[in-house]
Design a protein around this ligand. Structure first.
Ligand code: PGA
Length: 281
């Protein structure tokens, strides 16, 4: 299957919120209010809520599908790792996984080397990966933001055989989205109410794709969707969706609010339809 254009994706990272019962209810409420067939929607609840979310989304009418994602995965296939969750355990519960979120880099000491292993485990389990990268405020202020993000992309993906994976990606039935999506999430913008500028996010998307090109991804990474994340709301989503290099958003706080998600996905839908009407524009 050859993808004609990059999909538009809105992923909600629910972080450590909701019980299983709450999550099941929230998933159907948001799914119904944000119904937008042209946008790939992914809800990422806590591990213990994956089953409830999956079950409640299964009751949606056909054509309204929402994918379910995990927020993390362990870097080993199995073993004595108390409290951890392997990629194989996610089978049947999630088809996407967030890897390398800055809160895990901060709280669990995740390094690019570890994230590389997580990506390998996710691939073995045929999970779509959302790889998070982003600089600290000090990096941006000192002019080091691009170098930091480039190093993260390279450090997380350099072991990947891009050509082999792309061939596999095209052969496997991945639907509208490729196996890899990258979320550019400046750390200083996450949960702070201080979002990046659309133009800065677009510039960073250019840096990310250029780096993918040096790693052997075809068309200089042009097939890989890049999302913006960090204090995305219905009021600022437009700033990102008007940038041709940005393919959607990874939403934290606002992803728990049905009206906010409905408005964010609706705005993303405008871009998705514009792309479909003018492919390659
Ligand atoms: P936020 O979180 O939208 O609450 O800033 C984004 C994220 O952490 O993915």
């Amino acid at each position: 299957m050859i993808r004609a254009m990059r999909p538009v994706i809105v992923a909600g990272n629910w972080k450590m919120h909701t019980t299983p019962v709450e999550a099941g209810d929230l998933a159907t409420t948001i799914a119904e209010r944000s119904n937008e067939p042209d946008v790939v929607r992914v809800f990422c609840p806590p591990f213990v809520c994956l089953q409830a979310v999956r079950d409640s989304l299964a009751s949606l009418p056909a054509g309204r599908s929402v994918a379910v994602g995990a927020q993390n995965v362990h870097h080993e296939p199995a073993g004595a790792y108390t409290g951890e969750v392997s990629a194989a355990m996610l089978a049947g519960l999630a088809s996407w996984v967030i890897v390398g979120h800055s809160e895990r880099r901060r709280d669990a000491g995740e390094t690019d080397a570890l994230i590389r292993l997580k990506i390998a485990r996710a691939q073995e389990a045929a999970l779509h990966v959302i790889l998070c990268v982003g600089e600290q405020i000090a990096d941006r202020e000192s002019g080091a933001a691009e170098r930091v993000v480039r190093d993260q992309v390279r450090g997380s993906l350099e072991a990947v055989d891009a050509a082999a994976l792309e061939a596999w990606d095209q052969a496997a039935s991945w639907g509208a989205s490729p196996w890899l999506t990258i979320a550019y999430e400046p750390v200083w913008a996450i949960g702070t109410g201080r979002n990046a500028k659309g133009a800065d996010a677009a510039a960073m998307a250019g840096v990310i794709r250029e780096t993918l090109g040096t790693l052997g991804f075809s068309d200089a990474g042009d097939e890989i969707p890049i999302l913006y994340g960090g204090s995305v709301t219905s009021s600022n989503i437009d700033e990102f969706m008007t940038e041709a290099s940005i393919d959607g958003a990874l939403v934290g706080g606002a992803s728990l609010k049905p009206d906010e998600m409905a408005a964010i996905v609706a705005r993303a839908g405008l871009t998705a339809r514009a792309r479909a009407a003018a492919p390659g524009a």
